[in-house]
Design a protein around this ligand. Structure first.
Ligand code: NAD
Length: 373
């Protein structure tokens, strides 16, 4: 196999660490992981690859142009997989500035560093270089029933109205309509990547994926939050009526899909990645409660802990991905069903108390900050 050097940004995060582990454990490629180590970055998620000679970690901010130029010069990557981002919607509502900085400005800085480096390459190495930008299905906005009904009735009432933009599944052609500061910042970064491909010819690829879940997920996100709250006997806060629908994908299936796109995808193309697992948030929480009841039985039902709380402003009702292009063109299908993936996830949290306790009580972060001078 042709051994390549992958530059992974955000490799200490939830999905990035899954990509790094997959590349080091199941391929012969080299990995350079560049991560700023924000609150969401955790090198303990990479303990299994830390000592591997094909793995290098560099602590840096993707917004630092000089650091990014140096990184390309020193490590001469063949493939960039750009995952570094601020990723939590609630945090983007409380404070959007960091999202604009990292997701928009950071992506522009990285694109410029990649372009400068790519321009310095010649022949086969230049032809083979790839810049893969990892994005979200949230850029497409809301597939909520009300919008679909409204747009269909509008279409019916006018002979000349163009086809509406709301399909029952997001395809690669669905127009962008982001709702939150997070999704707007990711949409902006997608536009920048397309512009760098079209204007400068930079060989880029974009993937837009649905909600991920699995091991090493920071416990502010729905699934780990519910598992850990339930184990602690704390309330399980469900936004609004809990009927928001998300399409769930097991993180290791996403990591395999990303590597396929980075190595086999067609330059300039976008690929939607999803798990064919549309579930209402309340169903997810109830399923978790039932799994916990089976694995950690207790007298009172975990479902009794469910508490409905005020909905998030601008909360999208439904996301759902048409991932048929991934299957048709790259032969990728997820290996896990929602049931097998969720069981693996709960079992992982039960077996890895040290990891999440150190994240929860801040001792991981304290130690890390102490070690950076
Ligand atoms: P995460 O928040 O777990 O990890 C993000 C990582 O980026 C962290 O390690 C953090 O330290 C690092 N980072 C943040 N700002 C940085 C900066 N300025 N410079 C360098 N590193 C920085 O996020 P995740 O859930 O792993 O998501 C990874 C990517 O996948 C994101 O781009 C996200 O938009 C996208 N995505 C996520 C999901 C999901 O369900 N989590 C779904 C689709 C797409």
């Amino acid at each position: 196999m042709n051994t390549k050097t992958f530059l992974i940004t955000g490799g200490a995060g939830f999905i990035g660490s899954a990509v790094v582990r997959e590349l080091i454990q199941n391929s012969a490629h080299r990995v350079v992981n560049v991560d700023k180590l924000t609150y969401a970055g955790n090198l303990e998620s990479l303990a299994s690859v830390e000592g591997n000679e094909r793995y290098t970690f560099v602590q840096a901010d993707i917004c630092d142009a000089h650091a990014m130029q140096q990184l390309f010069k020193q490590h001469q990557p063949d493939v960039v997989m750009h995952l570094a981002a601020e990723s939590h919607v609630d945090r983007s509502i409380d404070g959007p500035a960091e999202f604009i900085q990292t997701n928009v400005v950071g992506t522009a800085v990285l694109l410029e560093a990649a372009r400068g480096y790519w321009n310095s390459l010649e022949g086969e190495r230049r032809d083979a270089f790839r810049f893969h930008h990892i994005s979200t299905d949230e850029v497409y906005g809301d597939l909520g029933e009300s919008k679909i009904v409204n747009s269909e009735s509008k279409r019916a009432s006018s002979d000349h109205s163009p086809l509406t933009t709301h399909h029952s599944l997001f395809t690669e052609e669905t127009p962008y309509a982001p709702s939150s500061p997070y999704s707007a910042s990711k949409a902006s970064s997608d536009h920048l990547v397309r512009a760098w491909q079209r204007t400068y010819g930079l060989p880029t690829l974009i993937t837009n994926c649905s909600n991920n879940y699995g091991p090493y997920h920071f416990p502010e996100k729905l699934i780990p939050l519910m598992i850990l709250n339930a184990l602690a006997g704390k309330p399980l806060p469900v936004y609004g009526n809990g009927q928001q629908i998300r399409d769930w994908l097991y993180v290791e299936d996403h990591a395999r899909a990303l590597i396929k796109v980075a190595t086999e995808g067609k330059v300039g193309e976008t690929y939607n990645i999803g798990g064919h697992n549309e579930k209402a948030n309340l169903t997810v929480v109830e399923t978790l409660c039932d799994l916990l009841q089976e694995l950690v039985p207790q007298e009172a039902s975990y479902r009794d802990l469910i508490k409905f709380v005020t909905d998030r402003p601008g909360h999208d009702v439904r996301y759902a991905i048409d991932a048929s292009k991934m299957e048709r063109e790259l032969g990728w299908v997820p290996q896990e069903t929602f049931e097998t993936g969720l069981r693996k996830t709960v079992q992982w949290y039960l077996a890895n108390e040290t990891w999440w306790k150190r994240v929860q009580d801040g001792s991981y972060q304290g130690q890390r900050l102490g070690s950076i001078s």
